[in-house]
Design a binder for this molecule. Sequence first.
Ligand code: SAH
Length: 358
Amino acid sequence: MTDPLSLGDLIDRQIVHHGPMSIATYMGLCLTHPRSGYYSGTDPLGAGGDFITAPEISQMFGELIGFFVVNLWQQLGQPKSFTLLELGPGRGTLMQDALRVAARAEGFLDACHLQLFEANPALRALQRERLGQHSPYWSDEIDAVADDPLIVVANEFFDALPIRQFVRVGDNWHERQVGLIDGRRVLGLSPTPLPAAAMPEAVRNAAAGEVYEANLAAADVMQRLARRIATHTGAVLAIDYGYDRTQTGETLQAVQNHGFADPLAEPGAADLSAHVDFAALGRVARAEGLSVAPVATQRDFLGRLGIVERASALARANPGQSDVLASALHRLTDSGQMGTLFKVLCVHSDGLEPIGFS
Ligand code: SAH
């Protein structure tokens, strides 16, 4: 048997046969192609992987989210049954830490139906191992949840959904595409113009050459969840790198072995992601009738939930760990680290006041 084609070869063939592809199509194939996509292979997270996320830095992150979720459940009137859905749970660390804290709230675990949305089979196996005691349920449909209140948590999930890029040329916009020149993948522009009126108001007056990124997949996920929550009550908590006002700027990036790489070079080998437009996600939720808390920085959100006090308490209980805890606190909250680049969005049904936002 001959070797199967690499993902790069498959993409190149598709371009030869069908013409240039949008950045979104390219990104989708690179990340979730069933055989060779970045998120279809082995575990990409953690110190030995390509990047490290907040829950992998410290247990404090998941613990505070557990505290946040319990508080929401209490504000909902402690329903006897509700769904806790995590999008892209990674190694299951956040949820493990969150549920350890939440277990102290009487009735919480009995009421909680844990649902996980995960593309990667290796990570699903790890999640089963770590969260099995809570009988999680995996679904391939993001909004296939019970007719219960719904609380959704997503850390570094929305940045992994495919974006489209549009470049301002004269009075119009042209979509950026991946094509081939002399057998090499290159970026170019679709010759078909889109009128400025097709772009969101905030970027309509952009100067020539500016790039606007639209994440339609993220908007679709938010819309489906918001619709459920509008009728069944609940909230979505999304944490990610991104911006709180719709704007131009190119943020598509490839990360491999903890460093930046060329997004076109090795499809499927690097993680591709883009900054999240939280304002756009908030607008989608509002259009479905939800309330939107003012977007907070990760630093302020974790600070208001008491991360400094939590770090001190843990250090008092484990003096040998105080340096590790101080360093984790710094990484999660310092503005030169994750503190201000990462933002927190909470959209919710009427009558709730999610903690950590003011
Ligand atoms: N939340 C975790 C992992 C973040 S990495 C943490 O903070 O550590 C992104 C996660 O989303 C991974 O679990 C990845 O497999 C999953 N993922 C990425 N794209 C996905 C998609 N289209 N559908 C389902 N899961 C996806």
